[in-house]
Design a protein around this ligand. Structure first.
Ligand code: HDE
Length: 723
């Protein structure tokens, strides 16, 4: 404020002074708390630094400025070396039926209890600010705040991994991250270093099949499977151990994007998956997942044609069905991204009594890595005291000091054994809930060697490929063409072709044809690419195809959470929009009204609709389906809008449902879909659902809903739509 004016006000002349006004306004708006410094002192002004006169230098004694700036200077912590970009949600897990025969873990024995959870989904390769829809593995990490302590199930959306031994992890991650000399490409495996590594690592090929499949571009975290990957152990109260693989199965089905769409979304809305998760929860359409277990008795350890300890292998669900034990519901968004999503620290070693490890060499290495990484990332050993990491179970131990210690422990003893505090905290006997590691008999020489039982690198890669639908196979081939097409060193492309010949000769030939490599006819080179691979073991439990692997068989039975754009302009058919919107809302789908400009749009009968998006703030790739109602004036306007025609073409190209009624069917003949205009009755053809004027809208709405349920209409993929 002007210094002279202030003086005048203070001298007073009976009128309300500037200061009085400020005070009144503060009282009106204050929540009774007010802005403070970090040491709790109330701050009177935060928009100007303390200066020697209005135009003078800034003063060192301005403790508020220094504190504010210094905090800002240090506001970034090292991002996760992998899984840097993540999005998270709170929720709960609830058991369906107790399973005491399998595990003594209390979370699996009390169906009346809701155990709080915090789940973080992530991409692996990209930095914190990278796009969501890149081709990558997705992390699916769950922290269960159980009454017995925290249990972290730190899984992925793919059931296998690239490598068999943790010691290869730094190599894998160095190879897949942007190349060190020029830090390119961002969030992508499509570069020479990665494929050079893969072409020399046949153990990675099963995972490569998953990464080049549609699983690597999930549409929504709410419709994505999760897997614990490793074989763990469950221990019951009698001390009996069984092997277990954990599965998360989304209640609303499993869906992916298509590659062209995923790349466009990365530009249009890099936060696509994050926003979707947030919006679903805000709308009360809570993501739900069932937890499943594949149980293998100890005596069946060697019953399969692969080694249960090998993390590059699945247990086909046709051999060991997934027993569903409970459900997780994500129903609350975090309050603060940094405090929760960024600071959450997962660790596969956070287990509770009743859950134990196997000797999977990848898991064993992870047990070291996660604890270690938090110390750098979160600044010290006290990260478990950060609110999001704090267990609900009480913590009593002899840990005291270290950076950022939060707990003020009372008493003089911090060691065990002690007599000065009666020995407390006392170790807890197993019978009273103390964690006792499973007493597995172990014997062996100290060696750096891979078990021969891990060396069938290709059978399950082939199993995966053979279990895909034709469309999924086509997508895998296209992904190979994209990824290897970006590789500059020809020898690497060629080596990958030889490698893939060990999985499927026909696939390898098709890959070669798309990347300018020789077909894999040289048997010696094919064998060399396989390195020390061993053939599949015969005479054990095995399958040649696993229908459970194909997403075509994993569709949901509702349209819950699907996003539909309704394109309108002034003069649209209100009744048609009302009917479609009602159906979508009734089924928990999300609707956006899209028009050329933001604002209110008037129907032909005078009703008004507020637009949610205009043509420049959205695009067809951000929706699962589109609907365009009739209305003479609206359709005439849209005919002149290239964006509308592009919307139709692109949705059509990506095989999405396109619903069109009344005069709007004329727009089809302007599009590149090749669909001929029809004004007659209701027609549904490969996801294009049309209805002429004056038809029964209920029939249209039903058919449109079915088309949305189908998600993608792959029969259309053959058509070369320019969009
Ligand atoms: Fe991780 N992994 N990982 N990983 N991982 C990390 O831990 C590591 C592996 C997974 O949302 C890091 O806190 C090693 C398999 C998820 O915060 C790090 C090996 C699976 C997340 C680390 C693996 C995963 C991570 C980075 C090979 C699926 C994100 C920051 C032995 C079962 C968790 C951090 C979150 C994060 C190490 C392999 C899943 C560096 C050494 C297999 C979901 O510690």
């Amino acid at each position: 404020m002007d210094e002279n004016k202030m003086k005048k006000d203070i001298s007073g002349d009976g009128r309300e002074t500037e200061k009085d006004k400020q005070l009144e306004s503060w009282k009106e708006n204050s929540d009774g708390k007010g802005l403070t410094t970090n040491h709790g002192v109330k701050v009177d002004h935060t928009d100007d630094s303390l200066k020697a006169g209005q135009r003078g230098p800034t003063l060192m004694e301005d403790f508020h400025f220094r504190e504010k700036m210094m905090h800002f200077d240090h506001e970034r912590i090292p991002e996760r070396v992998v899984h840097a970009r993540g999005s998270a949600a709170h929720g709960y897990f609830q058991l369906y039926e107790p399973v005491p025969e399998l595990t003594k873990a209390k979370i699996f024995n009390d169906p009346s209890k809701q155990t709080p959870v915090f789940v973080r989904f992530s991409t692996v390769v990209g930095f914190r600010g990278s796009a969501d829809t890149v081709r990558d593995v997705r992390g699916f990490a769950t922290k269960f705040y159980t009454e017995e302590g925290n249990w972290d199930l730190v899984g992925n959306n793919m059931p296998v991994f690239f490598i068999q031994d943790a010691i290869k992890f730094p190599d894998l991650v160095h190879a897949i991250k942007p190349e060190p000399h020029n830090e390119m490409p961002q969030a992508s495996a499509a570069h020479d270093n990665f494929w050079d590594f893969v072409s020399l690592m046949p153990e990675s090929i099963h995972m490569i099949m998953w990464v080049l499949s549609d699983r690597a571009i999930p549409k929504s975290y709410s419709t994505m499977q999760g897997f614990g990957v490793h074989t763990f152990r469950l221990i019951n109260a009698e001390g009996k151990s069984r092997f277990v693989k954990f599965h998360w199965k989304p209640v609303n089905g499993v869906y992916s994007l298509v590659w062209d769409e995923a790349q466009k979304i990365a530009g249009k809305d890099p936060d696509f998956n994050r926003r979707d998760l947030w919006d679903l929860i805000e709308a009360g359409v809570y993501p739900e997942y069932e937890l499943g277990m594949q149980i293998v008795e100890e005596e069946d350890e060697f019953a399969f044609d692969f080694d249960l300890l090998d993390p590059t292998k699945i247990i086909p669900e046709e051999l060991v069905p997934v027993k569903i034990v409970g459900k997780m519901v994500l129903n609350r968004n975090p309050d603060n991204f940094f405090a929760e999503t960024e600071q959450v620290a997962f660790h596969p070693g956070h287990v509770i009594p009743g859950i134990d490890f196997t000797n999977d060499p990848l898991l064993q290495g992870r047990l070291f890595s996660y604890l270690d990484t938090q110390i750098t990332r979160l600044g010290g050993t006290n990260f478990n005291e950060i609110p999001i990491n704090r267990p609900l179970a009480e913590v009593h131990n002899n840990q005291r000091d270290g950076f950022m210690r939060q707990t003020i422990n009372k008493g003089r003893t911090n060691y065990s054994p002690n007599s000065l505090r009666g020995g407390h905290p006392l170790p807890v006997p197993e019978e009273m809930g103390g964690y006792r590691h499973y007493m597995e008999k172990v014997e062996g020489k100290k060696i750096r060697e891979r078990s021969n039982s891990f060396k069938d690198f290709f059978s399950q890669a082939k199993l995966f490929y053979d279990s895909m639908s034709d469309t999924e196979k086509k997508h895998i081939l296209e992904a190979f063409h994209f990824e290897l097409g970006k590789v500059e060193v020809m020898e690497v492309r060629q080596r990958m072709v030889y490698m893939m010949a060990n999985v499927d000769m026909e696939l390898a030939r098709k890959i070669a044809a798309g990347i300018g490599a020789d077909p894999p006819e040289d048997e010696k080179m094919v064998r060399e690419a396989a390195r020390d691979a061993r053939p599949r073991v015969t005479g054990r439990k095995s399958v040649d195809v696993s229908p459970a692997l194909s997403q075509e068989n994993l569709k949901g039975t509702s349209i819950k959470g699907r996003k539909v754009a309704i394109l309108v302009d002034n003069g649209f058919d209100y009744q048609a929009v009302a009917k479609v919107r009602e159906m979508l809302m009734d089924n928990d789908a999300m609707v956006h009204i899209v028009s050329q400009f933001h604002g209110m749009i008037k129907s032909s009968t005078g009703e008004e609709l507020k637009t949610d998006k205009n043509h420049v703030t959205t695009a067809s790739v951000l929706y699962d389906a589109i609907f365009i109602p009739g209305g003479e004036e609206s359709v005439q306007a849209m005919k002149k809008q290239g964006d509308v025609i592009h919307f139709i073409n692109e949705a059509y190209k990506h095989c999405k449902p396109v619903g069109i009624t009344g005069e709007a069917v004329e727009l089809l003949s302007m599009s590149a879909t090749g669909v001929t205009e029809t004004q007659m009755g209701v027609r549904s053809d490969m996801g294009v659902v049309t209805a002429g004027k004056d038809v029964n809208m209920s029939e249209f709405v039903m058919k449109f809903k079915d088309a949305i349920m189908e998600h993608r209409h792959w029969g259309r993929e053959k058509t070369g739509v320019p969009a």
